[in-house]
Design a protein. Structure first.
Length: 152
């Protein structure tokens, strides 16, 4: 596990830009953290670094937004609304481990679909300044190499 501290949204996006250099087709990245912890800000930075020019926002009501104009496709899930209905039999597994990188906010609501090889990121608001964050990165399986190579 590696831990990073960011002090503003720009630094959170800079960490995402570093990750963008390392992502590959089929990678699943889980983003855990409370509301306002920086998950969507991080996703916006990753999308920009991948060459995605569309406006990136949390897919809270859609559950999934897809962006295909970048270096590789980006599939952005917000599984929060699946809390009471589950993710099974929704067709979401079709996006995991495919031709793009998949980011999943609130991954606990899709736990039964998560692959063993994945990058887990946990976002925590730090006490003190409102924009300070701790971001913990843990690579499982093949994604462990990304944890090793990531520099923030």
């Amino acid at each position: 596990m590696k831990s990073y501290q960011t002090n503003n949204p720009k630094e959170t996006q800079a960490l995402a830009e570093q990750l963008a250099k390392l992502v590959y087709s089929g990678l699943v990245v889980t983003l855990q953290g409370d509301l306002g912890a920086g998950k969507t800000t991080f996703t916006q930075g990753l999308a920009k670094a991948l060459g995605i020019t569309s406006r990136v926002k949390s897919p809270t009501f859609n559950i999934l937004n897809t962006y295909e104009e970048g270096r590789i496709p980006l599939y952005h899930f917000d599984a929060y609304r699946l809390e009471n209905m589950g993710a099974a039999d929704q067709g979401f597994e079709d996006y995991l481990g495919t031709d793009g990188v998949t980011l999943i906010e609130w991954p606990q609501y899709m736990a039964d679909l998560l692959p063993n090889d994945r990058l887990e990121m946990t976002f925590t608001r730090m006490a003190g300044a409102d924009s300070d964050r701790e971001i913990v990165v843990r690579g499982l399986g093949q994604a462990a190499q990304i944890e090793e190579d990531l520099h923030g």
